[in-house]
Ligand binder design. Structure first.
Ligand code: GRF
Length: 207
């Protein structure tokens, strides 16, 4: 059974979706550890409720990002982690960690990549930009993490309509809803070894 680490920084609604889908048997894997960049993250309370070990790694409390990730590496190694899922995680990830977990780090982004992504595009900033631009659709993207920002191979996307009267908050809620659908689906496919990567192309092997 694949072992999953979930990296969080905030409310943890995506973590909750992963937990729910694991309990329901949709994800044939085990969330064995939660890593949070923020000691106040409500995601930590969600982990505690389900008895999932959680650790806080705040870059301000380490000599360097590299030093912090060496300690994160040790924590993940103890669990034998196969997959890292970034679920609202707001800290940078160094190259050596990305290389160590090559094609084994999955992120969810609240736009249709390659639009409205990259440096500075997170949270409501994404949805404000979408509305400002006058887009008629937006959505969520789940992708593998590579050395860029929101630039890895796309696994799955799902579209939502942008209504004329949408605010960044109402659009965020619509996008978050589809995040909660496609992130667990992608993690489930990874756990079943059904994702094939060929350069930028990710294909899903049939059952
Ligand atoms: C969400 O807005 C999501 O788009 C992004 O992180 C934010 C918080 O998610 N990935 P969560 O509720 O902490 O999972």
């Amino acid at each position: 059974m694949k072992k999953i680490a979930v990296f969080v920084s905030g409310g943890g609604s995506n973590l909750q979706a992963l937990i729910d889908n694991t309990i329901a048997g949709e994800i044939k894997g085990k969330i064995c550890v939660v890593i949070s960049s923020n000691k106040e993250a409500y995601a930590l309370q969600r982990a505690q409720k389900y008895g999932i070990p959680a650790y806080i790694f705040n870059s301000k409390e380490h000599a360097s990002i590299d030093d912090m990730y060496c300690k994160i590496n040790d924590t993940l190694a103890e669990c034998g982690v196969d997959l890292v899922v970034l679920a609202g995680y707001m800290s940078i990830i160094p190259q050596h960690f990305i290389e160590k977990y090559c094609n084994r780090i999955i992120n969810v982004h609240p736009s249709l990549i390659p639009s409205f992504c990259g440096r500075g595009f997170y949270g409501d900033r994404v949805h404000s930009a979408v509305i400002e631009y006058g887009c008629k659709v937006s959505g969520a993207t789940v992708h593998f993490v590579d050395s860029g920002v929101d630039s890895g191979a796309i696994i799955m996307q799902k579209v939502v309509d942008v209504a004329y009267n949408d605010t960044p908050q109402t659009l965020a809620a619509k996008v978050l809803k589809v995040e909660h659908e496609i992130l667990p689906q992608c993690v489930a496919l990874f756990c079943e070894d059904r994702l094939r990567i060929d350069g930028r192309k990710v294909t899903i092997n049939p059952l």
